[in-house]
Design a protein around this ligand. Structure first.
Ligand code: ACM
Ligand code: ZN
Length: 744
């Protein structure tokens, strides 16, 4: 009722405004502003026509804003609303105040950036699902960001993105008050920045030959880069280029083999990984090259920071390179880790002398953190914490919350929203500058990038801008729901917030099966769940959503979703195993790894099988340790066989176990079952091509009664000599210990 009165008063004041409702600040804004106060129940009717005035010294603000608010001239229409952008001292650098009163709208800021964000807020207040006229309550917003660094990493190397797409992403970042585009421009799989002194970087290094023989690639000319950097600047976005060193540099080595330790000719790789060929740290020509490249980079990018990568640089070439070893001697270094630190430090000093600062991934801590370097923490939060402890600054982007190349199964919107960039036990004099979302693109060519970045970036924008005590998931969810109409209007091809299906998994009463129920987790959705057994002679069975049904044996549940009878994309699939061990008591010999918990303690006996994606949340993993699990069945049964799935992806350091054994027992004391060694276990799979990525299944015949079953898998040790990460600790990925009983 109050709102209606507010609207009526507004209609009288503004002479004929008929919006359906007053749009409250708190219902419509993301990120939520620091403070807002309603001055009265009156409101201002926005007609879309403005008497626009802006502080004359702020040239950047006005052209972009005249465009965004669709005012292409000073309008002195009778119904126009006064909009004044006014300089006011004493506000935070990026802060602003926005006052709505019957005189119109005033945006106060001490900087152009603050004014820009005030106007961004106004744009959000205008563009809701309410089209046409909008009524804004009289009141005051006071706002400033929590963190100064609010970024998105775009990997334009694994897959190239068109300049127009990059600019559109810059617009979308600005609309969410994000202020950093971390532009990943050099990689193993592609060099994307034109360098005059070294033309082969883009002639050779920008192109990869795919497994099917086709070519993928592209690069940005200097003019395109200048255009993008300027475009970003007018939207208050700093573009920070990343020039990776000493690792992730195969594209450069393919163009100029003398940059590597061996000097051997190589190809631009067509799949991602961690490769052992990196820049030679012993050769002075490497540094002459990098300094020339960086000089050209600095001309294009005015950013205070330059990202120099530093992650995932195997040391195997350096260990045997005479030049690298001589450098270690001459510089009095202890090992190759200190050589890496020396390498980063040397480049850091070069950039510092030119007035810039470096950011590096958390590996730059190894062998000693160079003074003044900012650490981007990605392998958890620890790297950032160590940097702060050392008095350096940090940017947080842990894989747990910030990797938007991961599927929503492992990082959904609510998880991103729950990200807290500041650990509670922080010690030291460094600062957390903020955070970034990382969009790596080996599995996401340009046409998929929107669906990975959105809506998750919207949640991150609030994490990085708003105050932590304002964080409220259910309130955010309501604002997010309204925000989709804006994303639609801006042409964003957003993906899912989460798996849109809620699932119930349980042991079935019959004991030999799994009981499952799938329901839509959003309103307005209907669908069908079909169980497709792997055994060809078993029939498929379809069930409507909400129906409880049982699954016997191994197969896949496909859930097709529809809205108003129209299919909503490809079906969601869930590999399953209906077996007698599902949801029985299980004990693990290993600790559940926090990165790959695989649904925790019960994960190896929960009826859900790991899929082709090792980040699907089902796979349970360990690094450098053995695995073991014991299931106690409800009662002794006749067991036909036992099986386990292993993931193998050697480029990602995921190997099959060295050996394993399945065992079974009637009493939990006396066990049957022998060790299986590599070759016997895996048959033809003893050699796996470098980029193979698949699921290996191992089974043993049992043909006996048992009440207890167990598996032990021995870790495969260090990555072997031929591997690009030779001597790094391998991972093992398992799921699930399936107990096969008669008839299936
Ligand atoms: C990274 O994801 N390798 C920084
Ligand atoms: Zn070398």
């Amino acid at each position: 009722m109050k709102q209606w009165i507010g609207f009526a008063v507004a209609a009288i004041l503004a002479g004929g405004c008929t919006p359906p409702e007053v749009t409250e600040f708190s219902a419509t804004l993301i990120p939520l502003p620091t403070k807002w106060e309603k001055a009265s129940d009156e409101s201002l009717c926005i007609t879309g026509q403005w008497n626009w005035s802006v502080d004359p010294s702020w040239e950047v603000v006005s052209p972009v804003w005249q465009d965004w608010l669709q005012v292409d001239r000073m309008d002195s229409h009778a119904l126009a609303v006064n909009l004044k952008v006014i300089q006011k001292e004493g506000l935070a650098d990026e802060g602003y105040e926005l006052r709505v009163s019957k005189e119109g709208i005033e945006v106060f800021a001490s900087t152009e950036t603050g004014a820009f964000y005030g106007l961004t807020t106004l744009r959000w207040m205008m563009s809701t699902e309410v089209s046409g006229e909008v009524a804004l309550p009289h009141g005051l917003i006071q706002d400033a960001p929590r963190f100064p660094h609010r970024g998105l990493l775009l990997d334009c190397c694994r897959h190239f993105m068109e300049p127009e797409y990059v600019k559109r992403m810059i617009d979308l970042l600005a609309l969410h008050k994000m202020n950093v585009l971390h532009w990943h421009l050099t990689e193993d799989q592609g060099w994307r920045i034109e360098i005059d002194a070294y033309p082969r970087l883009t002639e050779i290094g920008a192109w990869r030959t795919e497994a099917d023989g086709s070519t993928h690639g592209g690069f940005y000319t200097k003019d395109q880069i200048r255009d993008i950097v300027a475009y970003a600047a007018t939207r208050q976005i700093t573009v920070i280029p990343e020039i990776e060193l000493p690792g992730h540099s195969n594209a450069a080595l393919a163009a100029y083999p003398w940059l590597g330790c061996t000097g051997e000719q190589m190809e631009v790789p067509h799949d991602w990984g961690v490769f052992k060929d990196i820049y030679c740290a012993g050769s002075d020509s490497t540094f002459a090259f990098l300094e020339t490249v960086l000089d050209e980079v600095l001309e294009l990018f005015p950013s205070e920071y330059i990202h120099i990568g530093g992650d995932e640089a195997p040391k195997v070439r350096w260990e045997v390179c005479p030049k690298c070893q001589r450098r270690i001697d001459e510089e009095g270094l202890h090992d190759e880790h200190e050589l890496q630190s020396w390498f980063i430090g040397r480049i850091g000093r070069y950039l510092e002398a030119k007035g810039r600062k470096i950011i590096g991934w958390d590996e730059i801590l190894e062998g000693g953190l160079p003074a003044g370097a900012t650490v981007q923490s990605w392998r958890g939060m620890e790297g950032g914490q160590a940097a702060i402890a050392a008095g350096n600054d940090a940017i947080m982007s842990p894989t747990s919350h910030c990797y938007f190349d991961y599927p929503v199964e492992s990082t959904d919107l609510e998880e991103v929203y729950g990200f807290e960039p500041v650990p509670t036990d922080l010690q030291g004099s460094g600062r957390i500058l903020g955070g970034e979302c990382n969009m790596w693109t080996e599995r996401a060519p340009q046409h998929l990038v929107d669906s990975k970045v959105f809506p998750r970036l919207v949640a991150m924008s609030e994490v990085l801008w708003s105050q932590p005590e304002q964080r409220d998931w259910s309130d955010f969810r309501l604002r997010m729901e309204r925000h989709y109409s804006r994303l639609d209007a801006w042409g964003v091809e957003y993906g899912w917030e989460t798996v849109p299906i809620s699932m119930h998994w349980n042991a079935a009463r019959t004991k030999t099966a799994l009981e499952v129920q799938f329901e839509p987790a959003m309103s307005g959705i209907e669908g069908v769940a079909t169980y497709v057994p792997y055994r060809k002679d078993a029939p498929e069975a379809s069930h409507s959503l909400g129906e409880l049904f049982s699954v016997v044996g191994e197969g896949e549940i496909r859930v097709e979703l529809m809205r108003k009878g129209i299919s909503m994309g490809t079906p969601w699939t869930f590999p399953v195993a209906g077996h007698v061990g599902a949801f029985q008591s299980i004990e693990l010999d290993h600790e559940v790894n926090s990165y790959y918990p695989g649904r925790g303690e019960q994960g190896l006996a929960d009826g859900r099988l790991g899929s082709q994606d090792f980040r699907d949340g089902s796979w349970q993993a360990v690094q450098e340790s053995d695995m073991g699990a014991t299931i106690e069945l409800a009662e002794a049964v006749h067991i036909d066989s036992l099986s386990m799935q292993f993931y193998r992806y050697q480029d990602a350091w995921i190997f099959l176990p060295d050996s394993l054994r399945f065992q079974w027992s009637m009493d939990g004391q006396v066990w049957n079952g022998d060790w299986l060694l590599g070759e016997a276990t895996f048959g033809e799979a003893t050699f796996i091509p470098n980029d193979s990525q698949d699921v290996a299944r191992v089974a043993v015949a049992v043909n006996a009664e048992a009440k207890w079953v167990r598996i032990e898998a021995v870790n495969p040790g260090l990555c072997p000599d031929w591997h690009d990460a030779a001597s790094s600790a391998t991972w093992m990925f398992l799921d699930e210990l399936v107990v096969h009983t008669n008839h299936h």
